[in-house]
Design a protein around this ligand. Sequence first.
Ligand code: ZN
Ligand code: ZN
Ligand code: ZN
Ligand code: ZN
Length: 259
Amino acid sequence: MKNGAASYGKCLFCNKDFSKSAITRHLSTHLTQRLKEDRPGKSFLIKVETDPRWGKTPYFLHLWVDGKATMGDIDDFLRGIWLECCGHMSSFTNPKQKRRGGMFDFFEAQELLMKDKMKDYEKLMEEANGEVPQSKKVKDVLYKDLKLNYDYDFGSTTSLQLTVAGEYAIQAREEIILLSRNEPPEIICSNCAKAPATQMCTVCIYNSEAFFCDKCAKLHAKTCPDFEDYSALPVVNSPRMGVCAYEGGTIDVERDVRR
Ligand SMILES: [Zn+2]
Ligand SMILES: [Zn+2]
Ligand SMILES: [Zn+2]
Ligand SMILES: [Zn+2]
């Protein structure tokens, strides 16, 4: 990835470019304006980015989500645009609701296990972990400034953070609307340093030469047997690029690859 490449995205309402740091506030002014015209209801502006505990990335989304949608609908959307490779498990967690648990949860859990009450046991464990059930309606979970963690795949995990940037007394036009997304970061071929990279080698990523243009990918296949075999993956606009078998999304596909 090009060092210091600024991350920016377009506003769906006015089609202008904004930096990652400015666009949240900009989008909220559009939604506030709509309060006068749109149908009453409840909707939320959600900023999605990679979990900041693992460092900075250029990836971000802004979603306008209707209160009647479920947390599972958000999960589907995140899978569709950024994550889905082979149907891994995923979860939303509220770090503030994580109980200390400890011995109390332990004894209660043991009792439920002994009585073979698996449903109750699972529910208890979810609560102890601060897990937000995906069947819950968005309006019953979200409120302004809430931050949730989201994990996709508990093996090669992609961790995201969702921040509720605004709450509005109007319906969203659909369950989930993509209001902005970072434009594909510019990644230049690490071999010729001229053309944009289209493929990466998930084995060679551990030394620096791992991103290739179409021409250099053919050359790389001659020297890296893994690349021919299994380790070639497309360069895509997602924090899951190069992980597991991720090959790109099904939503907003035109912004997945830099052309
Ligand atoms: Zn705008
Ligand atoms: Zn996978
Ligand atoms: Zn090249
Ligand atoms: Zn390689």
